[in-house]
Design a binder for this molecule. Structure first.
Ligand code: MRU
Length: 365
């Protein structure tokens, strides 16, 4: 997507041919800053500190992290060390392991002298594929927004509610949940987005709002608890969210608070769609509540918020009494029964094993 007229992806190989360029997402929305990763440890840190975040993007960054490791030491020992450390940075999104496995498998039994080049090639493939995949998700999801527009009698904008950031910043380009919105907007279908702020890190208020603003898509930021009220009053036509891990049976695990939106959507007959690339499906598990590890992050993320003052400084402020503890669960699981459909790069399916296997027959047992 373009930032002030300049096309960007979220990750790229710099002109030196080896270091990796990224957007520092912790600086958004107040500053657009790019930075470089020169070591695999920096790649691991960028993922853990959420300088890059979003399931597909942490996968791509992990893959380039292995390439950076292989560049300095193409031994098996280094491969295993970098793999383990990077894989442990964030436990919930399966895309990270998927991407690391893809690089590691390609290096199996390959001579050390070839390993760096192979890793860079696979990482680049992962990125290219992610762009094509997200674009296809956008095309399939567009049909849902078109249908919703027809239901309004073409009389008003389609209102879509989304949670967290499943836009291009969370992927390599386009995004998952936001890709259909970009496609609809670009096609001239009036669309308005309710953006959940997404405490505690505010990916909605800081990142989704910034993206939509940059692209000129009408949107309104709402507090995380507003969605149910809007749905009760007919102000949401459909919800579209992303997922960090989708089980074989169609449960989806996404940013904390997603489940509550799905419950409210069910109670109000609002369609609740989840957009995902194939790399987000964990075919080895079925029950998301029991089997998906939920990341727990530092309590400071809840206790301290940062924002821009009237004089333009970005400062942290403490919002709780001294001595109060905070819990910071990063994700929750929305059971398949609450999901209207899964929007994938191969089409839209029911959130069930049967639905997924129709689109991905190669995973049938
Ligand atoms: O903690 P984050 O910001 O990495 O969480 C991101 C999400 O939950 C997204 O919705 C998800 O990765 C879907 S696709 C970008």
């Amino acid at each position: 997507m373009k930032v002030k007229g300049v096309p960007y992806r979220t990750i790229w190989v710099n002109d030196d041919g080896w270091s990796i360029g990224i957007i520092d997402q912790t600086k958004l929305p107040h500053a657009f800053v790019t930075t470089s990763l020169k070591t695999w440890e920096e790649a691991a840190h960028a993922i853990k500190a959420m300088i890059v975040r979003g399931a597909p993007l942490i996968g791509a960054t992990g893959a380039y992290g292995l390439a950076l490791a292989m560049r300095v030491d193409p031994s098996d020992a280094m491969l295993e060390k970098a793999y383990q450390v990077i894989n442990e940075t964030r436990p919930t999104a399966i895309n990270l392991k998927w991407a690391l496995d893809r690089v590691r498998n390609a290096l199996h039994n390959r001579p050390p002298a070839e390993r760096a080049a192979i890793s860079y090639k696979i990482a680049a493939e992962i990125c290219e594929e992610d762009v094509a995949t997200c674009s296809a998700i956008g095309d399939h999801g567009l049909t849902l927004i078109e249908e919703a527009y027809e239901k309004t009698g073409r009389k008003r904008a389609v209102n879509v509610l989304t949670h967290c950031n499943a836009g291009w910043l969370g992927c390599v380009d386009w995004g998952t949940a936001i890709a259909p919105i970009y496609k609809a907007h670009d096609k001239g279908i009036p669309v308005h987005v309710w953006v959940d702020e997404t405490r505690p890190r505010n990916q909605g208020a800081s990142l989704t709002a910034w993206e939509l603003n940059s692209h000129g898509v009408p949107h309104t930021v709402i507090v995380d608890n507003a969605g149910g009220h809007l749905m009760q009053h007919g102000k949401v036509d459909l919800c579209i969210v992303g997922t960090d891990r989708t089980t074989r049976d169609g449960d989806v695990c996404n940013k904390i608070g997603t489940y509550l939106k799905a419950l409210a959507a069910k109670d109000n007959n609002v369609p609740f769609y989840v957009a995902l690339p194939h790399s987000t499906i964990d075919w080895t598990i079925r029950d998301g509540v029991k089997e998906i590890p939920i990341e727990e992050r530092a309590q400071e993320e809840v206790i301290v918020m940062s924002g821009r003052t009237a004089t333009g400084e970005v400062v942290p402020v403490t919002i709780t009494p001294e001595g109060s503890k905070a819990a910071n669960y990063g994700f929750d699981v929305t059971p398949a029964r609450l999901v209207t459909g899964l929007v994938t790069e191969r089409g839209i399916c029911a959130a069930s094993e049967e639905g997924l296997i129709k689109l991905y027959p190669e995973f049938a047992k």
